[in-house]
Write a protein that binds this ligand. Sequence first.
Ligand SMILES: Nc1ncnc2c1ncn2[C@@H]1O[C@H](COP(=O)(O)OP(=O)(O)O)[C@@H](O)[C@H]1O
Ligand SMILES: [Mg+2]
Length: 248
Amino acid sequence: MSQPILKVSELTKSYGAIQAVRSVSFEVPAGEIFGVIGPNGSGKTTLFNSMLGQITPDSGRIEFKGEDVTRLGPLELNRKGVGRTFQTLQVFPKMSVMDNLLVAAQEHEGNKWSRLWSLHSNTIDERANHLIDQFRIRHVAHQRAGELSYGQQKLVDIAMAFMREPDVVLLDEPCAGVNPSLVGEIGRLLRALNEEKGGSFVVIEHNMDFVMSLCHRVMVMVEGEILAIGTPDEIRANDAVLNAYLGN
Ligand SMILES: Nc1ncnc2c1ncn2[C@@H]1O[C@H](COP(=O)(O)OP(=O)(O)O)[C@@H](O)[C@H]1O
Ligand SMILES: [Mg+2]
């Protein structure tokens, strides 16, 4: 079996008396779309923020492509190839869609001069144009991002995460506040990016239809622990999951 892109071992994080994440271990193989579901307060965000270097776990280990990254911060992880989208929009409202993508490519990277250089680099232009077509936002490419509908801004926001060609992207509730037709569009895009480039994704999402139709495997968390990991069919048929979560 090939080396996992992400490997989490015995991860634990407490806030005072609350054990937000308790000894959680799992692996995400390269090329997998891995879903994380669970009721509110089950530790999903704490787990996610640990994998993104936003918080330091109390114990346990996180590996990215075989390297121990447990103590790295968000910028270092991003540079290494761990991308993310936030639950809230991160677009620059006064900049055009195209400029948002160009800036996303060189965020945090190099000095002023190398940034200027990279703004004019062909490969970055090509990547932006490719994503604009793929995300079907060509008709708004030169409009200010802040003038677009929420759903279109969400697409721009997700496209921005791909400008740095990450090896894995962690998406925090990509469908939150998004209308049903756009939920389908986001699913189609992530599937295409997965099939085209073998992109790996970890997705936290409450929309169960989205998770079950998109993800290769799903992990269910309850009270900081893993209740089950399996294919969508296995998760749907899992009695413990039905009782603790899906049944509600
Ligand atoms: N910064 C924090 N300070 C104190 N408690 C927190 C903090 N973040 C999360 N928690 C607690 O940890 C538990 C897990 O929260 P969280 O990871 O946000 O779960 P989820 O994302 O699944 O809703 C909850 O009981 C929550 O109240
Ligand atoms: Mg959360």
